[in-house]
Design a protein around this ligand. Structure first.
Ligand code: FAD
Length: 416
């Protein structure tokens, strides 16, 4: 069923009896050409592009819980392509371009809102770094603009620009950045993949790999063995636990990141703002809630909940630049598990086991990457060669000393 304005009117006039489920609930088949583990944004996008772009007819996505229950439905919804290094910037700009056409492409309203993102500058050294980053972005075909304090005050009057502990000295803006309704991304990709024949199997946990003579033949699951020509793993925060079942130790740790939503307020923030002297970022949802976050909880964990010291730290960061935040009540908070790679950049690569492929290491920044990650992983699975924008995301970069030393990712979040 195609969604359209006319369809909404027709259904409204006929008692909404014509809507069909957005995706099927199939039983798993014994064998697929390609099995994707993980029904988060990246796994579903991979399946969608495998079917749409690479004409794969026999694909399944196995999800241990429900679609949208992982980080794809837990993040703070920010998209941007403001990276510095060549290994990253073309990939994230490719992703932003895919976001720009996504809703028409998969025929689903994901509320892609290019309301802009502003990284605040608090020192002269930081200005130099952001000018360099802005120039790198422009050279890679992205947009970037350096704003003065006066320009920022005109756009964001609630920011404390007069007596803040860390004075605002300007900002780097990417006007094409913004927010996207996160769970709608999962639903849109799921619906698009399902309509092209992909089986999306929920409540189906992968418990082991069947590997014989160095080749992966399929996966053991809570619904029995499922054979596969190729297996693609896209389980984000569960990456190290899953890959341990294939005897692989990843250059990755899992940490919790928390998100917060205030009560609904009248419009006060036109775009996304990040604090450059501490770690705090905020946007306002279409319902009026301020959606914000900051540092990861500083310990390894697989629990989808965080601790109070980080709540205090995040709120302090917010109050430092945005004192009116102290008057708003907090409505909700939650946590998600981050697959933190050792250089802060992801991996989209084959493993040393034939037929086993890996996608992970997204840290706290993988939502914006969802379309490109799915596209590039599908490219790798279908063609056995990396997509041109993802050639740096290899396992062996740690072994060869070719780390992608991007600032503002991994353990240096406040520098983005
Ligand atoms: C609080 C928070 C804020 C964030 N903010 C942003 C942001 O503003 N911008 C941004 O770009 N990124 C952000 N991120 C990061 C982003 O959400 C993640 O990097 C990204 O969503 C990870 O990819 P995914 O969607 O595929 O993960 P997930 O949705 O977590 O998908 C992985 C899926 O794998 C499933 N799975 C795990 N193990 C198994 C198994 N054995 N068998 C079957 N299924 C399994 C899980 O149930 C899960 O559904 C944030 C994350 C959090 C938690």
């Amino acid at each position: 069923m195609r969604y359209s304005g006319l369809r909404v009117i027709k259904e409204a006039l006929t008692g909404h009896k014509g809507w069909t489920p957005a995706w099927r609930d199939p039983a798993p088949k014994p064998q697929y050409d390609i099995v994707i583990i993980g029904g988060g944004g990246h796994g579903l996008a991979t399946a969608y592009y495998l079917a749409k772009q690479f004409s794969q007819k026999s694909v399944a996505v196995l999800e241990k819980g429900w679609i949208g229950g992982g980080n794809v439905g837990r993040n703070t919804t920010i998209i941007r392509s403001n990276y510095l290094l060549d290994g990253n910037e073309p990939f994230y700009e490719f992703s932003l371009k895919l976001w720009e056409g996504l809703e028409q492409d998969f025929n689903y309203n994901a509320m892609v809102s290019q309301r802009g993102i502003l990284n605040l500058i608090h020192s002269d050294g930081q200005r130099d770094a952001f000018i360099r980053r802005g120039n790198a972005m422009i050279l890679n075909g992205a947009d970037a603009e350096l704003l003065s304090t006066a320009q920022i005050k005109a756009r964001y009057p609630f920011l404390n620009t007069h007596d803040a502990r860390f004075p605002i000295k300007g900002g780097l803006a990417q006007h094409r950045g913004g927010t996207v309704r996160h769970d709608a991304v999962a639903w849109g990709y799921a619906r698009g993949a399902d309509s092209r024949g992909v089986d999306i199997i929920q409540n189906c946990e992968v418990t082991d790999f069947r590997i014989e003579n160095g080749t992966c033949l399929g996966v053991e699951t809570t619904k029995g063995f499922i054979g596969a020509g190729k297996v693609g793993c896209a389980v984000a925060g569960s990456s190290s636990r899953l890959m341990a079942k294939a005897d692989m130790r990843l250059p990755m740790e899992s940490h919790v990141l928390q998100a917060f939503v205030s009560e609904g307020l009248k419009p006060v923030l036109p775009g996304v703002v990040t604090f450059g002297a501490g770690h705090f970022y905020v946007s306002q949802s279409d319902k009026g809630g301020l959606v914000f976050g900051g540092d990861i909880d500083g310990y390894n964990s697989y629990a989808q909940r965080g601790n109070l010291p980080v709540v205090e730290d995040v709120c302090e960061g917010g109050m430092a630049i945005f004192p009116m935040l102290g008057r708003a009540r907090l409505l909700r908070m939650w946590g998600g598990i981050m697959d933190m790679s050792m250089d802060g950049s992801p991996i989209i690569d084959k493993t040393h086991i034939d037929g086993l492929y890996f996608n992970g290491g997204w840290c706290y920044g993988g939502f914006k990457a969802t379309p490109a990650s799915g596209y590039c992983f599908a490219h790798l699975l279908a063609t056995d060669t990396p997509h041109q924008t993802a050639t740096a995301y290899r396992f062996d970069r740690f072994e060869k000393g070719l780390m992608i030393d991007e600032k503002g990712v991994g353990n240096q979040p406040n520098l983005h």
